[in-house]
Design a binder for this molecule. Structure first.
Ligand SMILES: NC(=O)c1ccc[n+]([C@@H]2O[C@H](COP(=O)([O-])OP(=O)(O)OC[C@H]3O[C@@H](n4cnc5c(N)ncnc54)[C@H](O)[C@@H]3O)[C@@H](O)[C@H]2O)c1
Length: 474
């Protein structure tokens, strides 16, 4: 890991990155922070733009279905190492009578895609380890880079993405769809309106059952867990909490402690726990690592519990709890309580009717405006489509994105930071300040929506292809 404070390095080195960039897109490492901060960065409007997609597996294919339905967006190129993945998406575009996408086949073919001047934006839906190489290549070729979650598992990569985005003046955004869930945006709205008061504590997680209920880690996830400990999937739960708490916009993550229980698979192998007989071989193969639990402290003194577990029985949950000085929202299931409610005593529990009333009252404008269409289009209950509409709207209208490269880095770096801490018996490990001080002056995210008059969604949803996208819980 590199130095936390790079301000000294920044002085006088900005020209290096820009010169390297001017020399062509195949340059090597860019100088530190060249070009200045990307906080609040606005790119020239891209009214119509062309996307090159890399990794046409499960996530990439669903994304192509959604994105190809949005006006002003063309799927110009697709890339994979598997011909059948290209074929499925080729057939889909043909069926929808959309222009064919240029195809790139092979493990290094994403480089050619990035270099092609027929794309403005590159979106990586590959296994984790490839997100950063694709995004770096895209930015060096003057394309905006969008990546799936987590952006990278590695702190050095986080720095390189930050520095490259700064030097090339290209967006680098991690598409954390869970920031756009109905309940997440409800909580964000309540925080923005001050309903919960000052936030003090949050709970974020990625919890669901494992092979006993039919879930098996995909190959790249399992391979990662065979080699590593720590929280390998922190961003689904943490991204929204970071937004409620204005992380990188008035506060930042300071340090964390992380611990991991004994691996369940190890217990099974050692014969230490009873097994009910189902899926034992699958369990042995796919269940790795234990229950990981981390506690993050922010510079302003807030704390966040961050959990990960996909091997022991647990109904799906991202935890999504935010405690403020005036109230609390807990999720899974949704419960809200706000101070000063007439008739509430100190030992009373949550009230379902009041929760529902507050849910209606504080529904986020994005869900009010496009919630029905998004639910029809699908993609995790609609949140994926709301996210797509929002980042596309921002690009088309020259607005800053809701999540920037500093969010990408400070959320994704926790894969390595949690691993470092748990390897040291839960000792505190510092979390880098990727903004290098810009968090102190960066304004909090507002209550953002889209102007529907500027995006013609007539005909989207309904009987369209998007209905085939299930409402899975990822
Ligand atoms: N945001 C969400 O809700 C969500 C949900 C699922 C997955 N994801 C993320 O999406 C990403 C992909 O997950 P998935 O479930 O679709 O995996 P997947 O295995 O189904 O798809 C990955 C695809 O990448 C292709 N690929 C591998 N190497 C490549 C290379 N060098 N060049 C081009 N293509 C290559 C594979 O052939 C495959 O088609 C992961 O980062 C995952 O964490 C996010």
């Amino acid at each position: 890991m590199k130095s936390m404070d790079r301000l000294e390095f920044l002085k006088g080195t900005g020209w290096m990155g820009l010169a390297a960039f001017a020399a062509g897109c195949q340059m090597d490492r860019i100088g530190f922070g060249a070009g200045g901060t990307m906080a609040g960065f606005v790119a020239p409007k891209l009214k119509r733009f062309r996307i090159g997609m890399v990794g046409m597996g499960s996530r990439g294919t669903y994304a192509l279905h959604r994105l190809s339905a949005i006006p002003g967006v063309e799927i110009a190129a697709i890339c994979d190492v598997r011909e059948e993945a290209l074929k499925d998406n080729r057939d889909f575009l043909a069926k929808k009578k959309l222009p064919p996408a240029r195809e790139y086949l092979g493990s290094e073919a994403y480089k050619d895609l990035c270099q092609w001047d027929g794309v403005d934006v590159v979106y990586a839906c590959t296994p984790w380890m490839l997100h950063a190489p694709v995004a770096l290549e895209a930015m060096r070729c003057n394309k905006h880079a969008f990546v799936e979650v987590p952006a990278t598992m590695d702190i050095d990569n986080c720095w390189e993405l930050v520095e490259t985005s700064e030097a090339t003046r290209r967006h680098c955004m991690m598409l954390e769809n869970c920031c756009y869930g109905e309940h997440e945006l409800l909580a964000l709205n309540m925080c923005r309106l001050g309903v919960l008061g000052e936030t003090v504590y949050g709970e974020a997680g990625y919890l669901h059952s494992g092979p006993t209920r039919g879930y098996e880690l995909s190959r790249f996830r399992a391979e990662w867990k065979w080699e590593h400990r720590g929280n390998y999937y922190p961003t689904h739960g943490l991204g929204p909490i970071a937004q409620y708490m204005n992380i990188n916009r008035g506060d930042r993550f300071d340090y964390l402690n992380s611990m991991e229980s004994t691996s369940v698979a190890d217990l099974i192998r050692a014969g230490d726990i009873r097994w009910n007989g189902n899926n034992l071989e699958s369990y042995k193969k796919h269940v790795v690592g234990g229950y990981n639990s981390s506690l993050i402290r922010t510079v302003n003194g807030k704390i966040i519990l961050l959990n990960l577990s996909c091997q022991v029985p647990h109904p799906y949950s991202r935890m999504n709890t935010i405690q403020g000085t005036h109230g609390i929202m807990m999720d899974y299931p949704l419960r809200i309580d706000i101070e000063d409610t007439p008739g509430s005593g100190p030992h009373d529990g949550f009230d379902a009717k009041r929760t529902q009333a507050w849910r209606e009252k504080y529904r986020h404008p994005l869900w009010k405006d496009v919630g029905k269409i998004a639910a029809k289009v699908g993609g995790h209950g609609g949140m994926d489509f709301i996210m797509d509409l929002r980042w596309i709207y921002c690009l088309q209208n020259g607005l800053p994105l809701d999540m920037d490269v500093y969010d990408l880095a400070s959320w994704s770096c926790l894969c390595e930071v949690t691993e470092q801490s748990q390897a040291r018996r839960g000792a505190p490990v510092e979390i880098p300040d990727f903004t290098r001080g810009a968090w102190k002056t960066m304004k909090p995210l507002g209550i953002e929506t889209i102007d529907l008059a500027k995006i013609n969604l007539t005909g989207v949803g309904g009987a369209g292809p998007q209905q085939s996208i299930g409402v899975s819980k990822e």
